[in-house]
Design a protein around this ligand. Structure first.
Ligand code: CO
Length: 461
């Protein structure tokens, strides 16, 4: 029998794409034992923006969240998304930190690590991939899918082959913008199947309305796993619905391993939460609708919702269309980076600034400057010379792999955090997000002191 399985994304990507990753652990805790029985290929629950959001907005220790999920879901494969040498932050970290972070992720409960680099620069994947394999994780090598004159099917198939040679267990095609059409998926999966012997996973978003058809054609071409979200958290900038694809694929003769009754219970649990977030204004119903503009602008869901938030905050929603038009121009000038974190932020902020300032490249973020210096890796195509000149002035781009120039920081940070950090995990949190982690540690301490003050010291056994 033909087989295909699902990766459920409600806890990570659906959460991130629809409600800016603001789902607190306490609100989904009760459904975890049920989700554990669903028969998913994996549960994507960590990484991406979850880590940052836990510390920054939810006053949660992301490591503790992972350990709790692990405990509540002993039978499921827990999956995280990792941005290669950027880990879960927005810059490159030294190899030492990458290795420790991957090791600690596995130690705290991660089974599957999906690793990608926004530029598909393999030098940014190799350390995380090798450490993940060493620690016994199932490492999925992800291809950042995007469309441009330099992103051809042949180039992607070659990339898949290189990832296979690095030792990854699966290949994921990651279409963060939801712009991959059914025909493109069919051709791409077919080409990658010819080039490698590994299972193929398709990750896409419903933004443009293509995703259900795209998943179906990918499965027809031999994709082994597709990313889906429980139906009430599906659609729009999120993934296609788990139950819907399960229904359709089973009828087409595929065995999915999904327990229908459990999948329904999962959806029944999340439905009132979705309604609450809509009522509170956290979930903009616009995010759940189909927007074919992305087929022209190639803007991923998360980036669109960030742009809306940014423009709303500056009372500049009237410039939304102009920013949408500016975005692909900036992208082309910067050498067609795929619009995924951190490039999506860089390109989005630059495009917004170009429009709001009334002059292009008047304001240049330090991230865009670092990108032009080559600190993020090699852009897919050369950066336009006039933009490069404007951004760098007389500075020259670096040669070689940027992370090679980064000195270890762990021991030094450990000393600096003595009395504050309680674990190596705390130190890693701090290395990734110094100010945010510091604020979190202070809040944690205040909370603990309060608890100590109001509770009776327990009697030792
Ligand atoms: Co995604």
């Amino acid at each position: 029998m033909k087989k295909v399985m699902f990766t459920e994304t409600v806890l990570r990507d659906a959460n991130q794409s629809l409600i800016a990753t603001r789902l607190p652990y306490a609100e989904f805790e009760k459904i975890l034992p049920e989700m554990d029985k669903a028969g998913y290929y994996s549960v994507e629950c960590w990484g991406g923006a979850v880590f940052d959001s836990c510390l920054r907005y939810l006053n949660e220790d992301p490591w503790e969240r992972l350990r709790k999920i692990r405990k509540a879901m002993p039978h499921s494969k827990l999956q995280m998304l990792l941005r290669g040498q950027n880990l879960l932050g927005y810059k490159h970290y030294p190899d030492e930190i990458v290795r420790m972070f991957v090791a600690k992720s596995v130690e705290n409960g991660i089974d599957v690590i999906r690793i990608f680099d926004a530029l598909n620069d393999l030098r940014n994947l190799e350390v995380a991939v090798s450490e993940g394999i060493k620690r016994g994780a199932t490492v999925s090598g992800a291809i950042s899918y995007t469309q441009s004159p330099v992103h051809t099917i042949e180039a992607f198939a070659k990339l898949a082959k290189s990832l296979e040679n690095m030792g990854v267990a699966t290949i994921c095609i990651k279409d963060m913008a939801g712009v991959m059409s059914p025909q493109e998926a069919f051709e791409l999966v077919t080409a990658i199947k010819k080039s490698v012997r590994l299972p193929i996973i398709l990750h896409t978003h419903c933004t443009t309305g293509l995703a259900f058809m795209t998943c179906l054609k990918a499965v027809e071409a031999g994709a082994d796993v597709i990313d889906t979200a429980t139906s009430c958290f599906s659609g729009g900038t999120s993934q296609p619905a788990t139950e819907t694809l399960n229904y359709a694929l089973k009828q087409l003769g595929y065995e999915t391993g999904l327990n229908d009754a459990v999948a329904k219970n999962v959806n029944d649990f999340f439905k009132p939460l979705r309604d609450k977030y809509i009522a509170e204004g956290l979930l903009d119903p616009k995010m759940m609708a189909t927007d074919t503009d992305a087929l022209n602008y190639k803007i991923p869901g998360g980036m669109l919702s960030n742009l809306v938030a940014q423009l709303k905050q500056q009372n500049a929603m009237d410039k939304f269309e102009a920013v949408l038009l500016e975005t692909p121009k900036v992208r082309e000038e910067l050498g067609y980076p795929p619009l995924v974190t951190p490039m999506s932020q860089m390109v989005g902020v630059q495009a917004a600034s170009n429009v709001l300032m009334g002059e292009r490249y008047k304001n240049i973020s330090k991230e865009v400057k670092a990108y032009c210096m080559g600190e993020y890796g090699t852009p897919p195509a050369p950066i336009h010379p006039e933009v490069l000149k404007k951004v760098l002035g007389n500075d020259k781009p670096i040669a070689g792999r940027y992370a090679d120039s980064l000195a270890p920081v762990f021991e030094e940070t450990k000393k600096q955090l003595s009395g504050i950090a309680k674990s190596d995990e705390d130190i890693l949190s701090y290395v990734l997000f110094p100010q945010v982690a510091e604020k979190y540690f202070a809040a944690r301490k205040a909370k603990e002191e309060k608890i100590v003050r109001y509770t009776i010291t327990p009697i030792k056994e």
